[in-house]
Every structure is written in structure tokens, then in C-alpha cells.
Design a protein around this ligand. Structure first.
Ligand code: AMP
Ligand code: MN
Ligand code: MN
Ligand code: MN
Length: 288
């Protein structure tokens, strides 16, 4: 029997401030229309959408969790750490995120240079035209490349150009795991491993990553993610239990055109999982 949630949680989503296609206001309105009670906005390496999202959430009566998704390099591989209930004003967190955004800008220039060597001109300006916020993402390059006819769709364009061993791939030197978890904790938030089944690492490496994450003070893992299969959910629920991590769920929504999963799908956690909101929900239920 899945845990029955009195509230409907979606704790991972993106807006135009990073690589989503809906403004924070439009995202919150859509989440509300889809029956989400509690939404976390978790833009990549930026929190600038939270104020607008919070204002709309107050208007429509949805609870907004202040979140962020931080890019991390661990053992040469990129991982994503979601921070929930962070104080977006925290100076240390903001300094860290500003550093990552600067790295993104430099990486974008290098991606464009490499694509140019491959015969693709104008990729930097093309990607920048799709970047509606302060971060430059591979997603923006992907949209440019699809629009310019270099690939048919987002899945194909990543495979052809933007992943490891492809012409437009540039590894990011992101935050260390210790830094990312530290910034989130210092800002009063809970650190959660994003979409853990999506990393291309062995089971042994993933377990080492989880152990290091816990040692750094991380507390949660996304058991349910828009990009997880039913098998992935079961496997990650096992890890949550084994490592005594709180379980989170989120769609990783990026917009109506490019979605792993729609906002507001029912996302029950498997039996035995302790939800990440367990510590928060008591207050909220009283007000509901
Ligand atoms: P970046 O952080 O700039 O390296 O870009 C990573 C983002 O690219 C992810 O957050 C996804 O939104 C997107 N992405 C990665 N792989 C794929 C894929 N295969 N298809 C579509 N989007 C992808
Ligand atoms: Mn993204
Ligand atoms: Mn991610
Ligand atoms: Mn995400």
C-alpha cells in the first residue's frame, strides 16, 4: 500500500530562470490547476524565480517550497543536488551559485567553439537567445540546434551533440559535493539527491556517492522522479531505507514542450519510505 498523501507534493520543477519554458508565475498557476498542493521551484544554480513564484502561490493558495538544483562534479561525473526550504537570501549560498553561473558562461563559450569546429556557426548567440534567465544550459544549445535543423528533437540532439564523447560536450567543473550540501545546510535547507537512477555510474559508485553525500550532511533522495521507471522507484526506495534517507518526489518539469512528466501526476512513495516533508507537514496540515 502506498503512503496516502493528504497533500499532493511536487518537489522538483524548473522555470524560465533556468531551462524551463514557463515563467515562475505560469508554472505555479499550472501546478495549481493540476492539483499540486505543495510545489518546489528548483531552478538550476539560481533562485531568482522564487519571489515571483511565492507571490503567485500566495494568490492561488498553493504552498511554495523555496528550492534550487545545484550542479556538482563528483569523481569526474556530474550529479545534481536539490536543496529544499533554503533561505534564498543566504550570502554563502548565493556566492556559490554565482560561481556556478560564471562557470556555465565559460562552458557555453567552449561548447560554441567546439560546435564551430564541427561546422556549426552561431551556436553561442543561438543558445543565448533561448536563455531567458541568468544561466546558460545545454538545454538552450539543444533548442538552438533543433531549431536550426541539426537534429529532430531534444532527445536526439543531446545524444548527437551534447553528451560525453560528442562534439559539443564540455565537462563542467561544478561545485564539490561537500560545497553543495554545505551551502544548502548553511541556508537552512535539506539536501536531496536528484533523480538518482539517471546517473551513468555503476551501482557501486552510486552507493559510494550516497555514502559521501550522507557524510556531508545530505538527508534525502528522490525516490520518485519524472525520469524514473517503476523499477527505478523500487530500487531507490531500497536505497532510501538502507541509508536512512528521507524520500522525495518531483516531476522535474521543464515545460509543456519538454517534459519527463507532467506537473501534478500522482506520485505516491512506496511503502516504508519516510517522506522528506514529514518534518514540515505537521504545521501545514493544521492550516489546511
Ligand atoms: P546542463 O546543466 O547545462 O549541463 O544541462 C542539463 C540539462 O539538460 C538537464 O537539467 C536537462 O534539463 C537537460 N537534459 C539532459 N539530458 C537530456 C536529454 N537526453 N534530453 C532532454 N534534455 C536533457
Ligand atoms: Mn534542466
Ligand atoms: Mn537534474
Ligand atoms: Mn531538474
Amino acid at each position: 500500500m502506498p503512503i496516502l498523501n493528504p497533500l499532493h507534493f511536487d518537489l522538483h520543477s524548473h522555470s524560465t530562470l533556468s531551462d524551463g519554458t514557463l515563467s515562475p508565475e505560469a508554472l505555479v498557476r499550472r501546478a495549481h490547476a493540476q492539483g499540486v498542493d505543495v510545489l518546489a521551484l528548483t531552478d538550476h544554480d539560481v533562485t531568482d524565480g522564487l519571489a515571483e513564484a511565492a507571490a503567485t502561490a500566495a494568490e492561488v493558495g498553493l504552498r511554495l517550497v523555496s528550492g534550487v538544483e545545484i550542479s556538482v562534479t563528483w569523481s569526474g561525473v556530474t550529479f545534481h543536488i536539490v536543496g529544499l526550504n533554503i533561505d534564498p537570501e543566504h550570502v554563502g549560498l548565493q556566492a556559490g551559485l554565482a560561481r556556478l553561473r560564471a562557470i556555465r558562461t565559460g562552458r557555453g563559450e567552449e561548447i560554441a567553439r567546439r560546435l564551430e569546429k564541427h561546422g556549426i556557426e552561431g551556436a553561442l548567440a543561438g543558445a543565448q537567445a533561448f536563455a531567458t534567465g541568468p544561466i546558460l544550459s545545454r538545454t538552450h544549445f539543444a533548442r538552438f540546434l533543433v531549431e536550426a535543423g541539426y537534429a529532430k528533437d531534444m532527445r536526439k540532439v543531446f545524444k548527437k551533440f551534447l553528451v560525453h564523447n560528442r562534439p559539443g560536450f564540455v565537462p563542467g567543473g561544478w561545485a564539490t559535493l561537500e560545497e553543495a550540501v554545505g551551502w544548502i545546510r548553511d541556508a537552512g535547507g535539506q539536501a536531496v539527491i536528484a533523480h538518482p537512477a539517471r546517473y551513468r555510474v555503476s551501482a557501486t559508485r552510486l552507493r559510494q556517492f550516497i555514502e559521501t553525500f550522507k557524510d556531508c550532511g545530505g538527508v534525502g533522495i528522490e525516490v520518485v522522479s519524472g525520469s524514473h521507471s517503476a523499477n527505478d522507484v523500487a530500487g531507490m526506495a531500497q536505497y532510501a531505507k538502507r541509508y536512512e534517507l528521507l524520500a522525495s518526489c518531483g516531476s522535474d518539469y521543464h515545460g509543456p514542450e519538454q517534459s519527463w512528466q507532467e506537473l501534478g501526476q500522482p506520485m505516491p512513495l512506496p511503502e516504508g519510505c519516510v517522506p522528506v516533508w514529514k518534518a514540515w507537514a505537521t504545521d501545514w496540515e493544521k492550516n489546511t
